[in-house]
Ligand binder design. Structure first.
Ligand code: PGA
Length: 249
């Protein structure tokens, strides 16, 4: 049984005070919910949010992580620093990191392995651009990003890996993939996990959908066999929209 997993990516929003207050509100409202719930605030808010979510069912995530433990990496945040803040999960390979900041599959793979080595859960984001979808390359692109991202990840580390399928054209645009289209790619991803590992690993893999997830479309997405959760950007910023997504049924 794959437990539904709803994650909120707050991106570059909220000051520390706003993040603390919104996280406190969320903790109250999702008490007792039997789905996994995660929020990833900006690095500067991790400390205050960690205090608020402590002892609750809300998991603390980071939006990115450096590919090294320490050194001359101006502007980067190391796994040791994230761990000290109480982070349990790291989002890696988000399309904004890939396409705006030029992160390659190879760099993302280094981060994935380092994060797993430090005991973090990893949400590995993959997804095609509009041009790639129109050129009928969506399946090939996600398979390549998946196998490159998981290169040299051992099967006994997979229980700490979550995949987020986020078609780039659906992120922040209000265009959601139809549940059928999303499910079809999720199936491709699951089959590729089987191909790279085995049937059991594929059956257990949590695959989130991301890209304009809203309270009104979450139930139909979650209804699909291969969609196990959501990675939510815009709609995670307000408790009024995030809580109904978390409690989609
Ligand atoms: P969105 O973002 O929900 O605002 O489309 C999703 C994401 O980038 O993870």
């Amino acid at each position: 049984m794959r437990k539904p997993y709803i994650a909120g990516n707050w991106k570059m929003h909220k000051t520390r005070v706003e993040a603390r207050d919104d996280a406190a509100d969320l903790v109250q409202q999702v008490k007792g919910v039997d789905h996994r719930v995660m929020i990833a605030p900006a690095f500067t808010s991790l400390g205050v949010v960690a205090e608020v979510v402590k002892g609750s069912n809300v998991i603390l995530g980071a939006q990115n992580m450096a590919a090294a433990e320490e050194g001359a990496h101006t502007g980067e945040i190391s796994p040791l620093m994230l761990k000290e803040c109480g982070v349990e999960t790291v989002i890696l390979g988000h399309s904004e990191r890939r396409h705006v900041y030029g992160e390659t599959d190879q760099l993302i793979n280094t981060k994935v392995k380092l994060a797993l080595q430090h005991g973090f859960e990893v949400i590995l984001c993959i997804g095609e651009t509009l041009e790639e979808r129109e050129a009928e390359q969506a399946e090939a692109v996600v398979k390549e990003q998946l196998s490159a991202g998981l290169l040299d990840v051992k099967s006994d580390q997979l229980e700490k890996v979550v995949i987020a399928y986020e078609p780039v054209w659906a992120i922040g645009t209000g265009k959601t993939a139809t549940p059928e289209d999303a499910d079809a790619i999720h199936k491709v991803v699951r089959d590729e996990v089987e191909n790279l590992y085995d049937h059991k690993a594929a059956e257990q893999m949590i695959i989130q959908y991301g890209g304009s997830v809203k309270p009104k479309n979450i139930a139909s997405l979650m209804d699909k066999e291969n969609i196990d959760g959501a990675l939510v950007g815009g709609a995670s910023l307000k408790t009024e929209t995030f809580v109904p997504i978390v409690k989609f049924k």
